[in-house]
Design a protein around this ligand. Structure first.
Ligand SMILES: [Zn+2]
Length: 431
């Protein structure tokens, strides 16, 4: 007999009344109509069954540290980086692990089962690296955590307590310990030339080791910050196509349109993907503007139209840079949709893909999707399609990993007591 049957499911591609058959933790069939009895049957009641949410850009070493040692008064990126610098000497292994595990609990409850987290390597103790490697091991049964060696203070700019710039050695040690991806922050290096040199150095390190690359790239309103150009160039030179991601790319918002008309095809040609972080980009960019005030998010629909893979990341939750958030990728997609003005039907669906299958591709996740042979990982949401899911930031009714229910939330229904009106409201559009 079948292990698990999900019946009467809607899928993201528009199919309805579908059955998903699960055996041994894998999807063994996806078929229309009712199939047969199973050891366990879940009636989706016509709601959407989606593959899990994926966050392609997060900082799990800083999450839930809000208020430590103080709050960010200005709310700016630079005060956030300074605040993180104040907090770093006081971090402990146990506190880092506890906060990260608590965040992963939230993530699972929201159906977020794969996260790429940057981890700061500018610390002689590599404490956050050790802590997040421990977290990665502990959450493995229920959440895929991919780690990026991230030189927060600059690969050339950071100096140790003896004044030596050894960030590259710390980055290499992190990779030796099992960190998965090479990070970088070229716009934070001292000069444009040093930024470009850091891109070359780090891409060469990744090529040598056969690793992926994900850099914080051009997270600035400065239209002359063009490290994405070097990142695309090095990706091609070193044969890293399909393995390199540019995170943020906010300077593209402010760039000259003529230059962008040359740049986007170069990004596409190099097979470099992009991750925008709408919650952070809309709050942190444009801070030096009066009015008109720039939004600062990268050119999401234009990149997508050119065939570049673009995902939305959460970036931060309750940390020195951002005091809000809850691990809800539908909130991220909702903000991305608004900031990018992606209100067309296809565009809204693309925003849902930007927190599900596109980041899964960027992370290189295997067995992802609702197809025969994929892992039996999915989320049943209280919405009939991806657009309704974004509109209502739909409740994650059930979260399933390898065929087992690992989180459940009661439906979002308000009881009403109004004369001549229904006794409840569930915020769904009746058709
Ligand atoms: Zn980041």
């Amino acid at each position: 007999m079948i292990d698990l049957l999900i019946k009467n499911a809607a899928l993201g591609d528009g199919r309805t009344n579908m059955s998903i058959v699960v055996n041994g933790g894998r999807i063994t069939d996806v078929l229309p109509g009712f199939i047969s009895d199973a050891h366990q049957t879940i009636d989706a009641n016509g709601f959407l069954v989606s593959p899990p949410f994926v966050d392609a850009h997060f900082h799990m070493d800083a999450t839930l540290s809000y208020g430590l040692p103080r709050v960010n008064q200005s709310g700016t990126l630079l005060e956030g980086i300074a605040l993180w610098g104040e907090l770093k000497p006081h971090l402990t292994f146990d506190a880092l692990v506890d906060r990260a595990l608590a965040y992963c609990d939230w993530a699972v409850a929201k159906g977020l089962l794969a996260i790429r987290s940057h981890v700061d390597i500018c610390d002689e103790r590599l404490l956050a690296v050790e802590a997040l490697l421990e977290v990665k091991r502990r959450v493995k049964p229920y959440l895929d955590l991919q780690l990026v060696a991230f030189p927060q203070d600059g690969i050339g700019r950071w100096k140790d307590s003896k004044g030596n710039p050894t960030a590259i050695e710390l980055l290499r040690s992190s990779l030796n310990k099992g960190v998965d991806v090479v990070g970088g922050i070229p716009h934070f290096e001292r000069t444009m030339n040093e930024g470009a040199a850091s891109v070359t150095l780090l891409c060469e390190e990744a090529a040598k080791r056969g690793l992926r690359v994900d850099m914080h790239c051009d997270e600035t309103d400065d239209p002359m910050s063009r490290h994405i150009e070097t990142l695309a160039y090095e990706t091609q030179r070193l044969g890293l196509q399909g393995r390199v991601n540019g995170s943020h790319l906010t300077s593209m918002h402010s760039m000259d349109n003529y230059y962008v008309s040359k740049l986007i095809p170069l990004i596409r040609e190099a097979g470099v993907s992009a991750v925008a972080n709408p919650l952070l980009n809309i709050t942190i960019q444009g801070r030096h503007d009066t009015y008109p005030k720039r939004r600062g998010m990268t050119r999401v629909p234009e990149l997508m139209a050119a065939g570049v893979d673009v995902a939305f990341g959460h970036d931060c939750v309750m940390d020195p840079w951002y005091s809000l958030g809850s691990g809800d990728m539908l909130e991220v997609a909702h903000m991305g949709l608004h900031v990018a003005q992606m209100t067309g039907q296809a565009a809204m669906r693309a925003c849902f893909d930007a927190v599900t299958k596109t980041p899964a591709k960027i992370l290189g996740l295997e067995g992802y999707g609702i197809e025969r042979g994929c892992n039996a990982d999915f989320v049943l949401v209280q919405a009939r399609d991806p657009i309704e899911a974004i509109r209502t930031r739909a409740t994650r009714l059930k979260v399933i990993r390898r065929g087992k229910v690992i989180a459940e939330t009661a439906p979002n229904t308000a009881n009403l007591n109004l004369p001549g009106r229904p006794n409840s409201a569930d915020f769904l559009h009746t058709r």
